[in-house]
Write a protein that binds this ligand. Structure first.
Ligand SMILES: [Zn+2]
Length: 145
């Protein structure tokens, strides 16, 4: 899946966009270029998530970015039927997925486009990107058929 541009009615307000920090800039900069990366420890060789300046396994600060295959499996999911934010109301019901990308990396993502069928635990997903604003893209995933 390649990047998709959001319709203007689905753009979150600036306050809800990812906030870049020195620790997570590599993740968001890669996403802005439609590249999917995960934090990888140069000390013990494990991937992890969420982003952190130190490996949660060995506490090494040799954190690097690694580009795994941009796919995963559904670990859990939820269908939102209520608009907790007015900007999503036109897209109800939408689906949030918890995706296992590689061992140690489980990431919450929006399912996009909204699947017409109910997801199942273990379903394969493909990771792509939604262009929210200039220079801001969110990793999202699409259920495999
Ligand atoms: Zn480590």
């Amino acid at each position: 899946m390649t990047g998709t541009t959001l319709s203007p009615d689905f753009c979150p307000p600036e306050s809800l966009l990812p906030r870049r920090t020195p620790d997570n800039a590599g993740y968001w900069d890669a996403a802005a270029g439609h590249h999917f990366v995960v934090p990888h420890c140069g000390g013990c060789g494990r991937d992890f998530f969420p982003v952190s300046p130190r490996c949660p396994h060995c506490l090494s600060n040799m954190v690097q970015w690694r580009a795994p295959e941009a796919s995963g499996t559904v670990a859990s999911w939820i269908r939102y039927r209520k608009a907790y934010y007015p900007w999503v109301e036109a897209h109800l019901p939408y689906v949030g997925l918890l995706v296992d990308v590689v061992p140690g990396v489980r990431i919450p993502m929006l399912a996009w486009p909204t699947p017409t069928r109910e997801p199942k635990i273990g379903d394969r997903v493909e990771i792509g990107f939604l262009d929210v604003r200039e220079g801001v893209s969110l990793p999202v995933c699409r259920l495999a058929d």
